[in-house]
Ligand binder design. Structure first.
Ligand code: G6P
Length: 612
């Protein structure tokens, strides 16, 4: 949450900062701001709203400064307004900071600084943080670098920060703990950002700063130290993200692009790993701890949001194929309730961004208690990919729309491959079923494309329901998590209240809500619970509910009962979530567009939730 950018070099910083903020806007869009050092003076422009509002504010005021920092905010402390927008200045105006994270002890620091005569303009923890640095610098007569380092040992919480000083106008200082920070190394120039997306158009050489590391950049050179003042030797990595992967490529929204990319992203996820014709399933990321997975008495998935739904699908798959008991935990609940974790237990963390604070904290807790932790992550080089013992990348490409789509299907694809591999090694699956599932999985991208081909029909249905106040989503078995995901997609981007339920559970509550105004989306593909779902549809129809059914192509029974049907190709029921979720993603997308909602940046949400 919150995106930070910085630049130091010989080009004008201002356009680089604005371009970077646009790339990071998915991380928060309550306000945006930049600070540059123009003729040694700190100049700040900041505004409530989007980066476009900041651009309008700056207007023709083109700064020529070659050093600057920028921020796009997801509010934690203080409402989203101009005053609370970053950058913030220190008390005497000589230091400017941008910050992603939360300083938990800011209240005590603020009180202390107040008593010393410091005044604050905003409600933010960040303004306290920079004035605290100023206080240490001034009261102890320290250099900026030492003052930052000492301040970092005294704050509690998470931060990725970038600091400018009018006293040292050619120096950019950045640091991180718990929030991501990447430094791009150009020729005598440096690019700083919360992730690599603002950097890749300039350089592919990057350093991922580690927790409690501080980088000092000046005169084309950089040094990295830790908070104990020990010199660090960071690894320079080469990243290979193509620029087109982070652009809309002709689509109206990133979300639509990402929905339509799924045949490719799922294929990319399997590339080099699965080859059905030879029975090959290679997963380099689970090599070292493979035996631990095979012997596991239990597997615990931890995740948040859509990734948690992918974990629920995986629960069905792992229990079905591997015969290993599975628990799926919200990372935020797991970490706070003294969970039972024994030495050698298996924890699988699922995360698109690889930065979700609660998931990271759950991993740390599990590792402290001796668990083996796997990461199923999309963002290469992200924190979760670095703190887990082993794991597998999704290779789905950058996901920018806040509502997750292609990451969900890629997560399920990776988890299915792992389950198949373990089941095969354990012997809990017959050779025949194993080979059948490999063939089916390899064929999923084509089937996803067929499901996407019904886009026009989904759009027509969306048009009829765009004014609905509530939606109910029902599914059973493998399609139950899909019902949860369909409801989440709708509420996230269209702001229509929606609930996902196991179809049979409807009788124990939600059925009371059903009347002629309640659209009920039923995922009713042909599988082992088909007949039961048909009964559930009858129950909805008997109460005059309006049924939109997702059915397997060729189904002749349900179209006679449901008000609307959307067909998807048939596949093995364990793989159906990869296909049945497609029309639900499209339905939520079209309804949100028709309601005029900002699909890629829904209100109050952020893509990368780096606060707890
Ligand atoms: C946020 C995003 C969701 C995402 C969730 C978990 O809420 O808006 O799309 O599913 O975080 O994020 P992660 O990056 O850990 O998958």
């Amino acid at each position: 949450m919150c995106g930070i950018v910085g630049y130091l070099g010989s080009q004008p910083a201002h356009p680089i900062l604005i371009g970077g903020l646009k790339r990071l806007e998915y991380r928060g869009y309550d306000s945006a701001g930049i600070a540059v050092l123009e003729d040694g003076q700190l100049c700040i422009e900041k505004k409530k709203g989007k980066v476009a509002d900041l651009e309008a504010l700056i207007g023709d005021n083109q700064y020529s400064s070659t050093i600057g920092i920028g921020h796009t905010r997801w509010a934690t402390h203080g409402e989203p307004n101009d005053l609370n927008a970053h950058p913030h200045l220190s008390n005497n105006g000589s230091l400017a900071i941008i910050h992603n994270g939360i300083i938990e002890n800011y209240g005590a620091l603020k009180e202390d600084l107040n008593q010393k005569g410091y005044a604050f303009k905003s409600d933010t923890d960040t303004e306290v943080f920079i004035s605290f640095i100023e206080y240490i610098k001034e009261s102890e007569g320290l250099s900026l670098e030492d003052a930052v380092r000492i301040a970092l040992t005294k704050v509690v919480g998470a931060y990725a920060i970038a600091i400018l000083s009018s006293d040292e106008p050619d120096k950019l200082i950045v640091a991180r703990k718990g929030s991501p920070l990447v430094i791009g190394l150009g020729k005598d120039e440096f690019f700083v950002a919360s992730d690599a997306s603002p950097i890749i158009e300039y350089t592919n050489e990057v350093i991922y700063l580690e927790d409690e590391e501080i980088a000092i950049m000046q005169n084309g050179e950089y040094r990295v130290i830790n908070t104990s003042d020990d010199s660090q030797n960071p690894q320079i990595q080469t990243i290979d993200i193509e620029l087109e992967a982070i652009e809309k490529g002709g689509y109206e929204h990133f979300m639509l692009k990402e929905i339509f990319e799924q045949p490719k992203s799922i294929a990319d996820c399997m590339r080099g790993r699965l080859k059905a014709s030879t029975g090959q399933l290679v997963l380099g990321g689970i090599r070292e701890y493979k035996q631990a997975l095979i012997n596991a008495e239990k597997i615990t998935f931890v995740a948040c949001g859509t990734s948690w739904h992918a974990g629920l699908v995986a629960e069905y798959i792992f229990e079905d194929l591997c015969r290993i008991p599975v628990e799926v935990e919200y990372a935020s609940e797991f970490r706070y309730r003294n969970p039972i974790i024994k030495e050698g237990d298996i924890i699988v963390a699922i995360s698109q961004s690889g930065e979700t604070a609660d998931t990271l904290a759950a991993i740390e807790l599990a590792k402290d208690r001796g668990a083996i932790v796997f990461g199923i992550v999309n963002t290469v080089g992200s924190s979760i990919s670095r703190v887990t013992h082993e794991g597998a990348y999704l290779h789905a490409g950058p996901e920018i729309g806040v509502a997750s789509t292609k990451a969900f299907t890629a997560q399920i694809t990776v988890l299915t491959m792992i389950a198949l591999r373990i089941a095969h090694l354990k012997g809990t699956i017959t050779e025949r079923r194993y080979n059948e599932l490999l063939v089916e999985l390899e064929g999923v991208p084509d089937k996803v494309q067929q499901a996407l081909d019904f886009n026009d029909k989904v759009e027509t249905i969306a048009d009829l329901f765009q004014d609905a106040k509530n939606f109910l989503y029902l599914g059973r078995g493998y399609n139950f998590p899909v019902a949860l995901e369909g409801a989440l997609k709708l509420k996230e981007i269209s702001y229509i209240h929606a609930e996902g339920y196991p179809a049979a559970e409807m009788k124990h509550g939600p059925i009371a809500l059903i009347d002629e105004n309640m659209p009920v989306v039923v995922i009713a593909t042909r599988d082992s619970s088909y007949d039961k779902v048909v009964s559930n549809i009858q129950e909805v129809k008997a109460r005059k509910g309006v049924v939109i059914a997702i059915v397997t192509e060729g189904d002749v029974l349900i179209p006679k009962m449901a008000d609307f049907t959307i067909e998807v190709p048939s596949t093995h029921e364990a793989l159906m979530p990869l296909i049945s979720v497609i029309p639900l993603q499209l339905l939520s997308y079209h309804i949100a567009v028709m309601r005029g909602a900002n699909v890629d940046q829904p209100r109050n949400l952020a893509k990368s939730v780096t606060v707890e």
